[in-house]
Design a protein around this ligand. Structure first.
Ligand code: IMP
Length: 497
């Protein structure tokens, strides 16, 4: 006979936090958002600690290297998606690991034999006006010259002419070797009145470009998440199909953390894959999921998961509940799994962090997820809105939107994430749509962080463990939920959610 599990499946909108007493020393500047990422002995430090409790969803529409770089610079972690060849994912891992603040990997690259028309189209696509001319048109080929918007004008020069006719050749371009520091590069930019300084290896291959404006930019990020060699940290999604080949390549490229990505991680395949990973790569942290209850958490923790991701059916692009009738309200799932994590800690002495993944619509939902016991959150829709996300930015009647599509949509066709049988997606579990454009990640995330800190201050907490152990939640009625919103019509201000 079917079992009816006690309790209602609840979501974040059904809860509010009660303010606690705010002590004098409890001010936003004192709030520390550090949180453990990986399994560790209870009471000791995690091998990797997030400086801010945010990770980006393992999705095509979200986790580009640009987004992972921006997020790590703000103390969080990007998870590069696996729905593509191993080689392509490895390139993205390398792009993040090779990022040096102020040292840019050139994204606008041509061969000398390309036409100016091709160059014009490329510059329009990347939005950059400095192109590297390399022997093979790649970002790391032998540098033959540079072309900037000073050297050619789309209306003035024949689009059929060759790049070589307008480029400034390498023998006329001041350049630097790889061991140059950012402050030395900056001194040369000013002393020699340069806009851009290419950095080459000893064989003349292009490594980076340094621009004037990036130097000051680097001072903005005091909470960067970096490894022992001061390189930004990055995560990568993997699947239970090709992990034996994919994981060695990702580890070789320098990935910091892995995560098995499945819409339903409570499976023998995932347990096997976790066990294999811990056996062959014990030094690499690997997460599992997604789950929604205590049994599934314990199953993955026992299989070796270093963190467990929580959430089935709550994602903004998700139609899994409509299509398959499985899932659980995200608040109930997080509360249940957090209790299982604490029980596992008490029993084994091991703390296995949990991540609340999907369904975070408002900034205060993040605070609720953290208060309910999530060690960190993972978000798709939230990050897809920013400049650094890969979706195209499109004009709409009300401003701009960014494309955002689910991994289970026909556009992504990530069959490895959805156990539908065989190596294809038989039916969709996600939609393909748009989210309101929200500008630069650094600015948007700063506002979100300010709100979460303010919430914690009202709840009298300056650390996440304190927040979790002292927070008081209440259920809201339909009537009081309505009261949460302004009753005076707001003047026309853009809404970003
Ligand atoms: P969001 O932050 O609400 O947009 O949810 C993002 C999360 O939804 C991801 O991290 C995944 O766990 C999940 N997800 C991604 N693509 C799909 C899909 O196509 N269907 C169902 N869930 C998805």
């Amino acid at each position: 006979m079917v079992q009816i599990v006690e309790g209602v499946s609840r979501t974040f909108n059904e809860f509010l936090l009660l303010p606690n007493r705010t002590r004098r020393d409890c001010a936003p500047a004192a709030v520390d958002l550090r949180s453990p990422l990986l399994r560790h002995v209870a009471g000791e430090a995690s091998p990797i600690e997030l400086r801010t409790p945010f990770t980006s969803a393992i999705m095509q529409a979200v986790s580009s290297p640009e987004l992972a770089i921006a997020l790590a610079r703000n103390g969080g972690l990007g998870f590069l998606h696996h729905n593509r060849s191993i080689e392509d994912q490895v390139l993205d891992v390398r792009a993040v690991k090779n990022f040096k603040a102020g040292f840019v990997v050139s994204d606008t690259n041509v061969r000398p034999t390309d036409t100016l028309g091709h160059l014009r189209d490329l510059m329009q696509r990347t939005g950059h006006s400095t192109a590297a001319v390399t022997h093979d048109g790649s970002h790391s080929g032998r540098l033959l010259g540079l072309v900037t918007s000073r050297d050619f004008h789309p209306q003035r020069h024949d689009p059929g002419a060759l790049v070589s006719s307008r480029m400034v050749p390498i023998d006329k371009i001041p350049h630097a070797r790889e061991d140059i520091t950012l402050s030395q590069a900056n001194a040369r930019l000013w002393d020699e009145r340069l806009d851009c300084l290419p950095v080459l290896d000893e064989t003349g291959n292009l490594q980076h470009l340094v621009f004037r404006s990036d130097y000051t930019d680097n001072k903005r990020f005091p909470t960067q998440l970096v490894d022992d060699n001061k390189r930004l940290r990055v995560g990568a999604g993997v699947n239970t199909h090709d992990y034996r080949e994919r994981i060695p390549a990702l580890v070789n490229a320098g990935v910091d953390v892995l995560c098995f990505d499945s819409s339903d991680g409570f499976s023998d395949w995932q347990a096997e894959a976790l066990t294999w990973t811990k056996k062959h790569y014990p030094e690499i942290g690997v997460g599992g999921g997604n789950v929604v209850d205590s049994d599934a958490f314990t199953f993955l923790a026992e299989a070796g998961a270093d963190f467990v991701k929580v959430g089935v059916g709550g994602g903004s692009i998700c139609i899994t509940r409509d299509q398959k009738g499985i899932g659980r309200g995200q608040a109930s799932a997080v509360l249940d799994v957090a209790a299982a994590r604490d029980a596992y800690r008490d029993e084994t002495g091991q703390y296995v962090p949990i991540c609340s993944d999907g369904g975070l619509v408002h900034d205060y939902h993040m605070a609720l997820a953290l208060a309910m016991g999530a060690d960190f959150v993972m978000m798709g829709r939230y990050f897809a809105r920013f400049d650094q996300a890969p979706g195209a930015k499109l004009p709409t009647r009300d401003g701009f939107a960014k494309e955002y599509w689910g991994e289970g949509s026909n556009r992504a066709r990530n069959w490895q994430r959805y156990g539908q049988g065989g190596s294809q997606l038989i039916f969709e579990e996600g939609v393909d749509g748009y989210v309101p454009y929200a500008g630069d990640l650094h600015e948007g995330l700063a506002v979100t962080i300010a709100k979460i800190k303010a919430t914690m201050v009202s709840c009298g907490a300056t650390t996440l463990p304190e927040f979790q152990s002292t927070a008081r939640l209440v259920l809201v009625s339909e009537q009081s939920f309505q009261e949460s919103h302004a009753t005076v019509a707001a003047r026309d201000t853009p809404t970003l959610d």
